[in-house]
Design a protein around this ligand. Sequence first.
Ligand SMILES: Nc1ncnc2c1ncn2[C@@H]1O[C@H](COP(=O)(O)OP(=O)(O)OP(=O)(O)O)[C@@H](O)[C@H]1O
Ligand SMILES: [Mg+2]
Length: 311
Amino acid sequence: MCERDKGVTEKTLLMARRISFINYKGGVGKTSCIVNVAAVLAARGKRVLLVDLDAQSNSSIWLMRLERWNRLHSTGKGSLYSIFDPGTDRIRDIVQHDVVHDKAGKPLLPGLDLLPTTFNLIDVEHEYKEPPGRPPYVTFQEQLAEIEPDYDFILFDCPPNVMRASQCGLFCTNEVYVPSNPDALSLIGLTLLVNKLLQFNDRSASFRARGMGNPARIEGVIFNGIKANVDIQVPKMRLQFTLNQLRNQKKVGANARIFPAEVRDAVIVRRAVTLGLPVNLVGQAQEESDGVLNDYKAVVGQLVRHGEELQ
Ligand SMILES: Nc1ncnc2c1ncn2[C@@H]1O[C@H](COP(=O)(O)OP(=O)(O)OP(=O)(O)O)[C@@H](O)[C@H]1O
Ligand SMILES: [Mg+2]
């Protein structure tokens, strides 16, 4: 157990909440939402591990900034794919502790750790030859379990598919949330995602170890990038209808819901990426940054309440 966890209480030894953000549609705000949710949780004193499962490496580049990330990218060492090939690194050795630094290396957000990825994660999809009877998600889960007691939350930023990299997160996850834009394509993607997730759960059931909890289930939809003065009542009603059907069919969580908390469209979200900071560290007391930061805080409040309902 790492130095900062000395003196852990009984409560902190309970399982981390393991949550994936995924949508079959790209560019809906999965990465922006999960990075900012992780940052708000860390600012509240939670111990958070953000796992970048997308070979695009957006959350890794964002939080490590290009220079530090490039060191992993150029050597291939210390990024997630190295646990598969050459298979010499273990997850516990490659976590970037307190990942957000200032230029002098001083941690700016203690408690937010990152399991980083580089572009080579794409090779897990086709190049990687798994040992017989040992899918990548089993290797991943076993290694993640070694560090799970160090965290209150483990958050998986997934690519827009349910292929092997995503499966690593989904296998370890109990709760899935779907960031979504209020457009037709995002909404169509939900039914596809649910069906693919259920298929994966069936396929991976025999590999589940005791103590992993229930297989991944969709628990909520988070609307992101909501523009002022744009009425989203119709897409919301359509989605609610689909979600009700899926709930009745027991294909999603019994309390799965559209989060009342929505994240507005705000330029500061894009600027935060350029600065290599989550929104809560951008430090501009502008109306805009305050507004969207409050949205992320409201999403975190909803996630916490939803977690309490699940217990
Ligand atoms: N609330 C917001 N306000 C303004 N811009 C946003 C907001 N959320 C996301 N964006 C911008 O939209 C783009 C896509 O967001 P993001 O990368 O988070 O989506 P994604 O779903 O993770 O995409 P991908 O499927 O490629 O992983 C980015 O340029 C991001 O900065
Ligand atoms: Mg993303």
